[in-house]
Each structure stands twice: as C-alpha cells, then as structure tokens.
Ligand binder design. Structure first.
Ligand SMILES: NC(=O)c1ccc[n+]([C@@H]2O[C@H](COP(=O)([O-])OP(=O)(O)OC[C@H]3O[C@@H](n4cnc5c(N)ncnc54)[C@H](O)[C@@H]3O)[C@@H](O)[C@H]2O)c1
Ligand SMILES: [Zn+2]
Ligand SMILES: [Zn+2]
Length: 361
C-alpha cells in the first residue's frame, strides 16, 4: 500500500522549490512513517537546492523535524504509533568499525529507509540527509526516530534534529569546551548561535560572537555571547586577540563554511587551541595555509559532523534541559511558516533577518 501527501521538492539545480504530491510506501522491515509536525529550514537545504551537496535531483527537502510515529514496519520493537520523535540523520548501525570500537557518533553506515518515496509519475526522490521532512509525512529508518519528552513544542524539538544539535555539539562534543574557557564563534546563524548556547552550558567564561550582520550579533548576545565583533568593520583576528589578553581563544568554532572564515578561525585561536569547522564548504573551495603555521601553532583542527552527537544520548537530555529552562531553544524559532513558503524562507535566510523559519504542518 502507498499513500499520497504534500511535500517540498527541489526539482533541479537553482530552480525554485515547489510543493508536489509525493507517494509514500507503507513502512517495510525496520522502517517507520512519521507524521511531521514541524520542520526547520536549515542552510543545508539551500545547499541541496543549489546543487552544492550532490546532483541527485529531485530532492525532497527538509531535515530538522519532529512529529509522531504513524506506522512501523516489521521487526521494529522500540517505537510505537503515537510516539513523539525527533528525526535524526545518524541512525547508528552498531556494526561498522566506529560503532564496534565504541564511538557510534562517528558511525560510517547510518541507516535510512530502504524503500523510495516518489513523485506521482514514479520519479524517485532523494530525501535531504535521508529524511525529507518538508512533507506531511515521511518514510525513514526506525533508528532515525529518537523519542523525547512529548511535552516539548514540535517547532523547538525539530531544530535539535540538525542545526541546533550541530552547533551545541560542535562546542560541547567536538570542541570539548570546558569551564573557564574562552570561545569565539564565527558566523552566528542558527548553528553558530547554538554553539554559543553549548559553550555557555559547558561553562565558558567568555564567548565572542563574530558575524558580518549586526542583527545577528544582537541575537547572539541574547543567547549568551559576552562580546561581539562585526568582521565587516573590524579585523576579527585582532579583535579576538585583544579580547583575550593577546592570546586568542581556546576554542574557535567556524559556522560559515568558507576558506576566509576558516583562516580567521585558525589565527584567532590561542597556541595549542582548537578549531572546529561546523560550516559546510562547497566542493570548489580550497584552503591555503603555511604548513609551518599548522605545525608551529600546535593544537587541534577538527571538523564536526552533526556535532558528533549520539541522538539517543543527546536529544532527550537537551530537550529535558530546555524543558527545565536551563537552555532556551525557543529563541531559535524566529517565525513559523506554511509548507508553500520555503522558497521565501530561503530568501529571508539570505537577507539575514531570521535564525530559523520553521514549517508547521
Ligand atoms: N556540520 C554540520 O553537521 C552542520 C549541520 C547543519 C548546518 N551546517 C552548516 O553550518 C553553516 C551555518 O548554517 P546556518 O543554518 O546557521 O546558516 P545561516 O545562514 O543561518 O547562518 C550563517 C551566518 O554566517 C554569517 N556570515 C556569512 N558570511 C560571513 C563571514 N564572511 N563572516 C562572518 N559571518 C558570516 C551570516 O551573517 C549568518 O549569520 C552552513 O554552512 C550549514 O550548511 C553544518
Ligand atoms: Zn556504525
Ligand atoms: Zn541541517
């Protein structure tokens, strides 16, 4: 059996997205169909639409989502219809080398649904990050569903499914920010601001927000930045050094995904400090650094996929912290929109006046 729902597809490189009828098969073994309640618009969706990730058009966009399980396939034992879940793009396999050596947050073989969702004419869709949740319902692997406290708002919970988790995890898991550390975050969109929230949670003493947009810097201060630098008008490396007694920050988190901002991050950290790249570059980008500086400055240069999160560990914990008022994930929801407003939300992302637009279904 199949069912028809509405979903937002990116038909081809740089073409506007549009709402189409999509066909969803009943869940097969190990799969689940989830009724989507909310899905945030992440910059990665825009990368998909622009062909910056790969060429597997048409994409079914959307991947920062929460909803309720509608039906489960054969052999699914830890989910039931009605469960409130956040969708994740790290359904750990338990069998790859990373999983077997006890590092499942690096899992090399995460699960997605085996069956395909299609357009009415049978064209197979590629769901963004194996999720595809700008849709009334979507088909995923059961392991992509992480149960959390159903008292949480779906709009807030969904954001943990990608950008907010990526940012918090970049600070807490990858960057290993600790009590008393100084942290600089370059690029204060949803991901960068989440890195600020994570740094604050971890006890950072000083959190320097860097962006080219003053509105973003004002928001960064709201979520916990202690200092701000507009890198359009000031040299961010100099400014960060000045704010850290001439040393540079212990951890610098790059949340833009460009060679220039990565280079700033590289030089804005203290000797033996850590750079975390969480922004996603495009395939054409190249980085040039004096190898002697890479060697001589010591420390570690890391990248962070999905904040090195383990959904089963991190999602319920962060939702609990939010419900207790210890972190404010509500601050990330700038506006709620309808399914047919995703294209406009991409435009607003460019204009810089939103942290997250969240599609409510
Ligand atoms: N690693 C991961 O797992 C992961 C997960 C989600 C998103 N991402 C990536 O993180 C990045 C940020 O995502 P987002 O949703 O926060 O995007 P966004 O568009 O909301 O935010 C980007 C921010 O960077 C700022 N910016 C742009 N150019 C800049 C520059 N030269 N210097 C300083 N700031 C600059 C913008 O003003 C904006 O505030 C994207 O590349 C996205 O693809 C990575
Ligand atoms: Zn694995
Ligand atoms: Zn994302």
């Amino acid at each position: 059996m199949t069912q028809q729902v509405r979903g937002v597809i990116a038909p081809g490189r740089d073409e506007p997205v549009r709402v189409e009828t999509i066909t969803i098969p009943d869940p097969g073994p190990g799969e689940a169909v989830v009724r989507i309640q909310a899905c945030g618009v992440c910059h990665t969706d825009l990368h998909y639409k622009q062909g910056g990730i790969n060429d597997d058009f048409p994409f079914l966009l959307g991947h920062e989502a929460a909803g309720t399980v509608e039906s489960i396939g054969e052999g699914v034992t830890d989910l039931a219809p009605g469960d409130f879940v956040i969708l994740n793009w790290r359904a750990v396999c338990g069998q790859c080398r990373a999983c077997l050596r006890g590092r499942p947050w690096y899992c090399f073989d995460t699960h997605n649904a085996r069956q395909k969702m299609t357009l009415a004419d049978g064209t197979e869709l590629t769901p963004a990050l194996g999720i595809g949740a700008f849709a009334e319902k979507t088909l995923v692997a059961a392991g992509q569903c992480t149960k959390v406290d159903p008292a949480a708002s779906p709009a807030v919970a969904g954001l943990l499914g990608c950008g907010v988790m990526a940012g918090i995890g970049a600070a807490v898991n990858t960057g290993n920010v600790g009590r008393g550390d100084t942290v600089a975050v370059i690029g204060c969109g949803g991901v960068g601001d989440a890195a600020i929230v994570g740094s604050r949670l971890a006890g950072a003493a000083r959190i320097i927000a860097v962006d080219v947009d003053d509105r973003k810097l004002a928001k960064a201060t709201e979520v916990g930045a202690t200092h701000t630098v507009n890198s359009r008008t000031a040299d961010p490396v100099e400014a960060i050094r000045e704010l850290t007694g001439g040393f540079g920050a212990d951890v610098v988190i790059e949340a833009v995904g460009r060679p220039e901002t990565y280079t700033q991050a590289f030089y804005a950290r203290d000797l033996a400090g850590t750079v975390v790249l969480v922004g996603v570059p495009t395939p054409d980008m190249r980085l040039e650094l004096p190898l002697l500086d890479v060697f001589g400055r010591g420390g570690s240069l890391k990248s962070s996929w999905y904040g090195d999160c383990l959904p089963s560990r991190d999602f319920p914990m962060l939702i609990d912290l939010h419900q207790q008022g210890r972190i404010d994930l509500g601050a990330f929801v700038t506006e709620t929109i309808a399914l047919d407003e995703v294209e406009q939300a991409f435009a607003r992302m460019h204009e810089g006046d939103v942290l997250r637009s969240v599609v409510i279904l």
